[in-house]
Design a protein around this ligand. Structure first.
Ligand code: FAD
Length: 263
């Protein structure tokens, strides 16, 4: 008799407890939190751009209490983020949080984070663009997707060609991203209005579309992404396998509501 239930999914590894090593603004609306733990030593290098789940303690929750909650439940407030940098030897990683106010628990936690603070971590998942085989690349990001697009640009072959569009709320939110010289970067400034911005789609529709195979790495506010997905996958007929395009948040919805809506 087969005593193994082969349909059973492998158990998910327990979340890791990470400590804040440092935290601060890298631009006016982006907070970088560096997290560390010896537990990060077994993560495979090259996970920059992969997403992860961060579990957030309540304000003033003691470490022992949160640590017990991570193991025994109930599940703490959990949000999805991107590994921006991973330094395996130092057992540390950087996560970049959009500072969008106190209403979001993750944004508020990052704004308060100080060395010695802690959070839970699960992941990382798979990188979003694991291989590069296109003649031409299209990348686009709002603030929430700068980490995934920047990590993707840094991983690309040096002779890659294409366009990368970044939409930011102030000129000072521009970052220096090491990208192949053949990928033109456009930084557009759109002050926060609380409405989906039409600018990325407008710019992308104006592109003189080159011949050859295209790969994309595009993420951001869900309504903006829906418009871009319609254009790229339906009107232009780009194959789904070549187009990473994902709604990372939605105006007016907290993450769990947004995830439920996507499902
Ligand atoms: C695969 C993936 C990777 C992601 N990587 C990153 C990352 O590296 N960095 C990052 O900052 N975000 C990232 N996000 C987006 C992040 O998960 C959401 O922005 C999340 O809602 C933030 O949680 P919160 O607790 O701050 O706000 P929530 O409690 O979820 O939302 C509170 C309110 O804030 C609004 N809100 C949420 N996000 C934003 C925003 N970016 N700008 C303005 N208003 C917002 C919501 O509409 C809601 O009204 C990623 C999402 C996905 C799916």
């Amino acid at each position: 008799m087969n005593i193994l239930n082969e349909s059973r999914k492998p158990a998910r590894p327990a979340p890791r407890l990470l400590l804040v090593k440092s935290a601060g603004r890298i631009t006016p609306n982006m907070i970088r939190v560096t997290l560390h733990s010896a537990d990060l030593g077994d993560i495979v290098e090259g996970c920059e751009g992969a997403n992860c789940k961060l579990m957030l303690p309540e304000q003033d929750q003691p470490l022992e209490d949160f640590s017990r909650q991570l193991t025994d439940g109930p599940r703490p407030t959990t949000r999805t983020y991107t590994v921006r940098h991973f330094r395996k030897e130092a057992c540390e990683m950087d996560i970049d949080f959009v500072a969008h106010g106190d209403y979001g628990p993750a944004s508020a936690w990052a704004a308060r984070a100080r060395p010695g603070d802690f959070c839970g971590f699960a992941g990382p998942g798979r990188v979003k663009v694991p291989s590069f085989y296109a003649d031409w690349y299209l990348l686009a990001a709002d603030m929430s997707a700068i980490p995934v697009v920047a990590a993707t640009l840094e991983a690309m072959p040096q002779d890659a060609r294409g366009v990368a569009i970044f939409e930011i709320p102030t000129a000072a939110d521009r970052q220096t991203i090491v990208a192949p010289t053949g990928v033109r970067q456009h930084w557009i400034v759109t002050p926060e209005t609380g409405q989906p911005s039409p600018l990325q789609e407008r710019l992308i529709r104006e592109i003189d579309w080159p011949d050859g195979r295209v790969q994309t790495c595009i993420a951001g506010e869900s309504s903006v992404i829906n418009g871009l997905r319609q254009y790229l996958q339906v009107e232009r007929g780009l194959p789904r396998d070549d187009t990473y395009i994902s709604g990372y948040w939605k105006i007016g919805l907290v993450e769990d509501e947004h995830q439920n809506m996507k499902r």
